[in-house]
Design a protein around this ligand. Sequence first.
Ligand code: F6R
Length: 355
Amino acid sequence: MTVDFAALRAHLDTSDMLGKVIGFPAQMESAWKIGSDFAPRVEALRSKSFERVVVCGMGGSAIGGDLARAFLGDRARVPILSCRDYHLPANLAKGALAIVSSYSGNTGETLSAYDAARQHGATLVAITSGGELAARCERDHVPACIIPGGMPPRSAIGFSLLPMLQVLRAGGVAVFEDHEYREALDVARERCDAYAPARRDNAATEMAQQLHRHTPFIYAAPGLLEGVARRWSCQMNENAKTLAHFAFFPELDHNEIVGWEVGEHLLAHAVVISLEDREDHPMTRRQADAGLSLMEPYAARVERLETPGGGRLARMVALMLLGDFTSVYLAYLNDVDPTPVKKIDALKQQLAGEQ
Ligand code: F6R
């Protein structure tokens, strides 16, 4: 059956989430410029020897840290960790560069982690569009990279990732080359064109149709696609309003694999999406081959997606965009507007008075 995605878009996508996904290359350019302008403000950090970087943030703002860690790999001089919690342990904060990332600047967990990082003597840098986080940074003379507001945080992923990379490079914590960004930008343009609603042979509309009335189980190896797997899952949740699950080889071959046995009603509606990259450890690839073949008889379908050629950032962006587009098309098939996240809003409102 041919689905008219353009008509569904006109009917359902009242706040134009698809337009924001299609606009990702322009967002990358703007984010890169903002990061470049901000970088000199953190160059003095080079004189400090951090023991680790901790990215404090939640949801769409936290994922920039996951992508940065995955892209940089061994090119980060010290480990890059995440804190997705109110509580930031003193032994993590001490000696750390804490990058506090909140798109709105008003997320309770992130503000609490900011206070803890400060109290335990971490060096702070923030990325935000404003809110209470920007106010606290001003009060405390903490450098804050201000990004444009007014978008759903998850659609501002370029603004949370690229300035963070520039902070890490300017602060002497990691190395990468400008041409890696330019290559990723070219790939983003190419992919946004290939996944546009009017395009035939469109991997994103096809994937959305395969996922319709099914539950995605997204698997990857730890490494380049770790953040992308989580991003796929979160985008399915927030845009398509559906459950999704992610886990990693080889660990899942030691536990989750056994669960692929009982509960036909779920398994028969599970679509396995294996995200793969040529730099995955060869034995992890073997573990994926073996694990996926055990799932195959039970799952509705097993899809193996390999990153295209090119550098690490380009490969990561290419597969992330396939997930972003798929999640919006899946929202259309699910007859929902991709933008509102009423449950997140309600929870934030409910807890606002309690911080
Ligand atoms: C909504 C979204 C959420 C938020 C999260 C934290 O689009 O992506 O996951 O990112 O609730 O809020 P911020 O990013 O404003 O700190």
